[in-house]
Design a binder for this molecule. Structure first.
Ligand code: E4P
Length: 218
């Protein structure tokens, strides 16, 4: 399973990259705004910087909601760097844009997916990635992991090549459950990735090994 980081914060991306387990980055307009990136030229510049400090695919989201706008914006974003993936919302014109980009060989990530039907449409339109938002489903008492399981099964049934990118991941158990049900990718905040490191028995065990070593050499 690939690990993406879900942020536009350059130091968090660099920290995850330095761990050696990072496969890519996803962003969205809210995450860009959180970093204070506002006008369109600083947005493009920020995506370039993200590509420079990370190795994998970088999802860059369009703001337009009409087909022509999405095409114009998406082509500009894709021209920034070969690892840019154009992020398109799951709306009617978005499906048309996915098809357009797939025919042009431009890779896409279909975002704001909350149902298996939406995921099926994204795959049929040729999306490279589909992003079901599991945390936001859990927030409204709906099982987000169940949706990942359904999409993995449906794509497997028909051999769709669209990769299931579990998004809106909130904690380490989400990551483990995504791995159990066969998500291709998880995109998570840095603290969910680093939380996987922690186990009290590791800390206790290491303390004891080092104490025994110190005793033996004193
Ligand atoms: C997906 O690509 C989105 O950026 C993200 O995962 C949304 O997560 P949130 O629900 O924590 O905002």
């Amino acid at each position: 399973m690939k690990f993406f980081i879900d942020t536009a914060n350059l130091s968090q991306i660099a920290e995850a990259q330095s761990l050696g387990v990072l496969d890519g980055v996803t962003t969205n307009p809210s995450l860009m705004a959180k970093e204070g990136i506002k006008d369109s030229s600083s947005i493009l510049d920020h995506y370039r910087k993200i590509c420079e400090i990370s190795d994998g695919d970088v999802s860059a989201e369009v703001i337009s909601t009409d087909l022509n706008g999405m095409i114009e914006e998406g082509e500009k974003l894709a021209a920034l760097h070969p690892r840019i993936v154009v992020k398109i919302p799951m709306i009617k014109d978005g499906v048309k844009a996915l098809k357009y980009f797939s025919e042009k060989g431009i890779r896409t990530n279909c975002t704001l997916v909350f149902s298996a039907g939406q995921a099926l449409l994204a795959a049929k339109a040729g999306a490279t990635y589909v992003s079901p938002f599991i945390g936001r489903l859990d927030d409204v008492s709906t099982d987000g992991i169940l949706l990942i399981r359904q999409i993995v099964q449906i794509y497997g049934n028909y051999g769709y090549e669209t990769q299931v990118l579990a998004a809106s991941v909130r904690h380490p158990m989400h990551i483990i459950q995504c791995a159990e049900v066969g998500a291709d990718v998880v995109t998570c905040p840095l603290n969910a990735i680093t939380a996987l490191l922690n186990h009290p028995l590791t800390d206790i065990g290491l303390e004891k090994f080092l104490a025994d070593y110190r005793k033996s050499v004193s």
